[in-house]
Design a protein around this ligand. Sequence first.
Ligand code: GLC
Length: 729
Amino acid sequence: MKPLSTPEQILAAMTYAEKLAQLQIVWRPDSTEAGALARNGAGALFWPATAKATNALQRTAVEESPHGIPLLIGLDVVHGQFTIFPTPLAQAASFDTEVAAADARLSAREARSTGVNWTFSPMIDVSRDPRWGRVVEGFGEDPYLNAVFGEAKIRGYQGDDLSSSTSIAACAKHFVGYSAAEGGRDYNSTDISVQRLRNIYLEPFKVAVTAGVASVMASFNAVSGVPMHANREMLTDVLKNEWGHNGIVVADAGGVGELVEHGVAANASDAGRLALSAGLDVEMGGSLLSGNEPIIREGVLDPARLDDAVLRVLRLKQALGLFENPYVDESAAATGPDEASLSAARATAARCTVLLKNHAAVLPLKPRGQRVLVVGPYAESKDHLGAWVQYFASPTTTSIVESLTAALPGSVVTALPSATFFDSDPGLQAEAAAAAAEADLVIVAVGEPSTLSGEASSRSSLNLPGDQEELIRAIAGSGTPFAVVLLTGRPLVVSEWIDQCPALLVAWHLGTEAGKAISDVLTGTVNPGGKLPMSFPRSVGQVPIYYNHESTGRPARTGGSLAHQRPDVGLTGPTNTDDYFKSKYLDLELGPQFGFGYGLSYTSFELESSPDQALSVALDGLRAGTRLCFTTIVRNTGTRDGDEVVQLYVSDLLASVTRPVRQLRGFHRVFVPAGEERRVTLTVGFDDLGFWTNDAHAGYIVEPGEFRIRVGDGLSFQEFRLTVTPPSS
Ligand code: GLC
């Protein structure tokens, strides 16, 4: 074993080619290539799928490479390695960051035990366009929600000590603005104002850097015409210099080479020079060396920049404890879920469900004595893992119908053979309607399969695929009460059938224990308490639609159809000229079908909020750390224990730039036993009341004046007026 050296000492002994080799994670090499790369001093490799193979690669790196430098071993552990937790968007719906932390802690334990020491997660791209398949990987449309869930995952993955056998290095991605792709079409151009960039897309990454995230991944898109993989302003000026990120910046797969496609690099060598000079530290793909030969001529790169990148990589390896111990105990390597991880996966999954409708208390199912029919592709499908799982992920253990059968021994649970997601089978609809007529209650389990979700999976339609909507209508026609369980990676358009549907439960893609968790909710063992982290549009024509929008100079105020006497287009309806010249659609009601922060429960709550202090505060006091407290009494006025999510929103009523009509700046999910009450206190401070100006040098400011504070359950709020007084002159 070579004597341990400091990163600086190792760097001093490295050649130019050896330095570049440390700055690459080659894209999915085969085992022979991986061995050769390790022998030649590669900095990082993707996980070779077993602890044994990982130890072999580490041994090759330590014992045969020029400086014996151990490897970073990366993998996309996005919502689990073997045990699969709910997708990140589903986790956001829990409005409980402990759900994300539980995923990250257990995922890190499984991953590190197998030799993975670096995950490319969390994704904290604020997502406002459900056509984009990757909305599933982030935490929805709000910057604050993405920030706090991203922080919870980073802390869960990294723990207090990266060298621990249960910690892995996290990676905040994709930096930055990838989710603003025009048309929701993956990899498409973005056009982002300074206001949006600073106040929407960058906020979660700033919080991630403050939380000590070990790495940040550059995104495929350009910002203001400069592709992020060559964007010095963002990668160096903002991320490293302004925010102090001292970890590594890694490319997305092929992102450096794609600078040629973007049209800003003449060739691969030029692309590598641009990327490393802009502040990228590790290339993902394998385009810095051809064999062992650098494709960037020595002397082209600033030596100080090159050395800085190498030191960042070596320091991360040092922090991970890899120089002391690069190997894992193969006998202790996880090979699949254990009882603890399955139990956590089941509990977190149930917390992610959102009840959007429940007329006449169709749900929960009665404990016994019911004839329950389950129809739809998801009656028996076990496709609940969602996007971004690896081939070795632990499959969903039981389907919805299997879980309900086990949970309701005193009832008769039957399932119709389910069509696939895309087939059209009118015969099946008729058969389902006939079977429904013989049932007491029908569960219509429909949605989109995991394959329609994730990277390169943008959709131009947000409707249910195949003839699932016809199936819902056929069941509605039977007259039997029914509930729709919607399994999806993204918000969907439900407007074509929601009025005929008595109950709707959104169950996302909930992972390995999805079937049992959904059964726990449908039977009332778990009372759903989730809220929507993304708006559900009425029509794909509304997209992008999000709650934290600006007012515009002509906000339409009246809902309902604003159709006017338009015989030319066949639209008729009330003529309301007060709203004619306002920001609206002629053929669609205002606002989303279901809004951000909305969700019901099997019980009912009353909220009563009040400020704990006078609602006037000096700007100097805020800057010094004063926080204003708002306490809410949450009363459970129903007959079932349940959770409520108290939410606090801020509105800046008069500012020097347009500000969102409201912004989430605090929330807390609280359990309240039936008939009892609990107190929740949420606070507001300097970081919640201000904004980044268009002048980057002026930075973040809070302007004195009037603010509206709203506290409520996501549907109704109490409002308070807060005055921030100017500094004493
Ligand atoms: C993909 C994704 C990125 C992922 C990387 C490695 O292209 O954009 O999120 O971490 O490749 O798998």
